[in-house]
Design a protein around this ligand. Structure first.
Ligand code: GTP
Ligand code: MG
Length: 446
């Protein structure tokens, strides 16, 4: 994508599928003049909805509502025109042609937000919040994106950046002080300052796992020996019949995937073929391979033991083998309805897919053992890999600075690198190719 150009651009900000109204956005110096041309109306009061007629040559194309926002008080910081048209296929297509004929060009993905960024309306972390808010599929992801959009996260980044800048100034001024007029640097104090900043950064990087889980969902694989009730559990968690259940062992062959939410967190649930030692059936063998792959691809494994068959050797061996994969593993003992009430599950969760007992507890347990479980209620959340990498780099540089504090020039070098890393997150010194990556993820019209 070409970086910022000062021409006038247009795009539909509403979804391309049909609806009653389509919102067209024009941004740039020529936008109000273009509006006058297509409506044959000269004066528009800013920020006031005006009923207009859109002309296609001599013919009327549509009746619409137009709003003008004058620079710099607009989303992009430029003059903006927003026109709500009837969402007819012909009207939408024709209006785009007319605007191109008038010499302005279609916007590229993310170009409106990129202009907002270049005009200082938002910083880079907020711009990423815009993309995330559109992409957010669930309550928790939406909350994290709102926080970025509001500038909460940017505020935190800026605090860190400002502390680094002050610290660097303290050191640089002493490097420049050849005559020794200033008191020497209080190394212990500076060391504490750096350590505090490292702490703040670590608090943020520590939320990345949870941030990723919230943004991308938590992958949960259900595994165990045949007939333990894995498919029944998938259905019980989902609340509808997704997978085939039967009393014959080896029912599930292929993995069965389904999505649902627990407390606003997306869960991607995979039911797998039961694993047993001997099977001559090639389809069942392939199914078991897929079960093991599902374990490797998961964040959490639910191991289902069949309580009614007595906890036998084979189940225990398989359980120990699965645990070796190193995943967060929740062990459930199913078919509690067939067990005596006095039964003691010893560290496992007792459930019944037939009467639903223990299922809510299991849902809570899934969130508890997921990365989301460790989150503070109102804490900041890192969801972007770019932010995470930049923060890690900053904290690495600061660790080096603490080790080199005896040599002020070296220490300053590392603190400067950390500062640059923080500035790149906010967008003060971000390389063009990184900006391209960020904005190309946007949809057209935003
Ligand atoms: N009594 C009782 N029966 C259950 C329970 N859960 C599952 N079953 C029964 O156990 C049998 C096997 O259930 P499935 O859900 O198909 O088991 P599975 O682990 O998916 O089996 P495979 O796909 O063959 O590996 C079925 O007859 C279910 O009705 C339960 O909680 N209580
Ligand atoms: Mg099954």
């Amino acid at each position: 994508m070409d970086l910022f150009k000062n021409d006038t651009i247009f795009a539909f900000a509403s979804a391309p599928s049909s609806g009653a109204v389509a919102m067209l956005r024009i941004s740039g110096a020529a936008s109000v003049e273009i509006l006058s041309k297509i409506t044959r109306k000269k004066l528009f009061e800013p920020r006031r909805a005006t009923l207009v007629e859109i002309y296609d040559g001599k013919e009327r194309l549509d009746k619409a509502v137009a709003v003008v926002y004058r620079a710099p008080k607009s989303y992009t910081g430029e003059d903006i025109v927003e026109i709500s048209l009837h969402a007819g296929h012909y009207i939408k297509g024709r209006v785009l042609e007319i605007l191109s004929e008038l010499g302005i060009r279609p916007a590229k993905a993310g170009e409106f937000t990129m202009r907002a960024f270049f005009n200082g309306k938002i910083d880079l972390a907020q711009a990423q919040g815009v993309a995330d808010i559109i992409a957010s599929k669930n309550k928790a992801a939406h909350k994290a994106a709102m926080n970025s959009l509001d500038g909460g996260l940017s505020g935190e980044f800026k605090n860190i950046k400002n502390s680094l800048r002050e610290l660097l100034a303290q050191i640089e001024v002493r490097i420049d002080d050849g005559d020794g007029e200033l008191a020497p640097l209080n190394k212990e104090f500076s060391l504490n300052q750096i350590k505090n900043i490292i702490e703040k950064i670590k608090k943020l990087t520590g939320t990345f796992c949870a941030g990723k889980a919230i943004k991308d969902g938590v992958r949960v694989a259900i595994v165990g020996i045949p007939n333990g009730g894995k498919s029944s559990l998938l259905n019980a968690l989902l609340g509808y019949d997704r997978a085939i259940v039967s009393p014959v062992g080896g029912t599930t062959r292929d993995t069965v995937e389904a999505n649902f939410e627990i407390n606003g967190v997306d869960i991607i649930l995979t039911d797998t073929a039961g694993i047993r030692e001997h099977s001559l059936d090639p389809a069942e063998k392939e199914g078991m391979l897929r079960s093991r792959r599902a374990v490797q691809n998961s964040d959490i494994v639910i191991f289902v033991k069949d309580g009614s068959s007595g906890i036998n050797q084979k189940q225990e061996e398989l359980f120990n083998e699965i645990k070796k994969e190193g995943k967060n593993t929740i062990c459930v003992i199913n078919k509690s309805d067939l067990l005596p009430e006095s039964y003691n599950p010893q560290g496992s969760l007792l459930i019944s897919c037939v009467n639903g007992s223990g299922i809510e507890k299991l849902k809570n347990k899934i969130i508890e053992v997921s990365a989301v479980g460790a989150l503070q209620e109102d804490g900041m959340l890192i969801t972007s890999a770019l932010h995470y990498d930049a923060l890690l780099k900053a904290s690495r540089e600061l660790e080096l600075a603490t080790a080199k504090l005896a040599d002020l020039e070296l220490a300053a070098e590392h603190i400067r690198s950390a500062l640059q890393s923080m500035q790149s997150i906010i967008g003060e010194t971000t390389a063009d190719d990184i900006l391209d990556i960020i904005f190309s993820k946007f949809c057209i019209g935003k």
